[in-house]
Design a protein around this ligand. Structure first.
Ligand code: SAH
Length: 207
């Protein structure tokens, strides 16, 4: 399998719907980020963490509807694969801030992003469970670790721009649903059931 064959399959299965997500997934070779890049299953990336299956990555990016020039916050950099895709989606005028809990993973991801020559993606090591106030507000926020809860009072919701959107897995440790929140309508919408590694830190799951 090749990266382009993976993209073709994701398109045939209906996970990739838009030209934008297709272009991003063709531009960034997933083989740079994991040893078994084209299996449609989560893969270990170190520190007990996993990179999501390509189908889940595509589905979440389609729900996020990122446009050129936007400012996007990602919680859970992991391998840096999704951050690189976001970098393509926002384009040179846009900006991606991605927060990773484990410094070791953040450093590895940063090396890869640098090697790709992406200047619009900034990786920060730290606890992103309360978002990242310093660069707020954001057009889009994507969380790639399971959140125990998400209410309208959550700091991540407060860090969204008017008209902003947040996509995150929300639930208990063993089952979550992808939730889409739109700031304009102030509504939550539920997508597919998923299983993500737990969000750590202050607003994450207690150990
Ligand atoms: N998007 C990633 C996969 C994410 S896996 C990729 O493309 O590879 C989830 C990641 O969230 C893990 O790396 C985990 O360490 C990180 N994480 C968990 N809790 C976090 C927190 N509070 N702040 C920032 N990152 C967190």
């Amino acid at each position: 399998m090749s990266n382009s064959a993976m993209v073709r399959a994701l398109k045939n299965w209906g996970f990739i719907k838009s030209k934008e997500v297709e272009e991003a997934m063709l531009t960034i070779n997933r083989a740079l980020f994991t040893d078994r890049p084209f299996d449609d299953a989560p893969q270990p990336i170190g520190c007990g963490q996993t990179i999501s299956a390509p189908s889940v990555v595509a589905l979440m990016l389609e729900l996020l509807e990122v446009k050129k020039g936007m400012k996007v916050l990602e919680i859970g950099t992991g391998s840096g694969y999704n951050a690189a895709l976001l970098g393509v989606l926002v384009g040179e005028r846009g900006k991606v801030i991605s927060i990773e809990y484990f410094e070791e993973l953040a450093k590895k991801a940063e090396v890869k992003i640098k090697a790709l020559g992406m200047k619009n993606v900034k990786i920060i090591a730290g606890d992103g469970s309360k978002g990242y106030e310093k660069e707020a507000p954001y057009d889009r926020i994507i969380v790639t670790a399971a959140m125990p809860s998400l209410s309208k009072e959550h700091p991540l919701i407060k860090q969204l721009k008017e008209g902003g959107r947040l996509v995150a897995p929300v639930g208990d440790k063993y089952l979550q649903y992808i939730v889409v929140y739109d700031k304009k309508s102030d509504e939550f919408r539920r997508s597919i059931p998923v299983l993500f590694v737990p969000l750590l830190g202050e607003k994450g799951f207690s150990k």
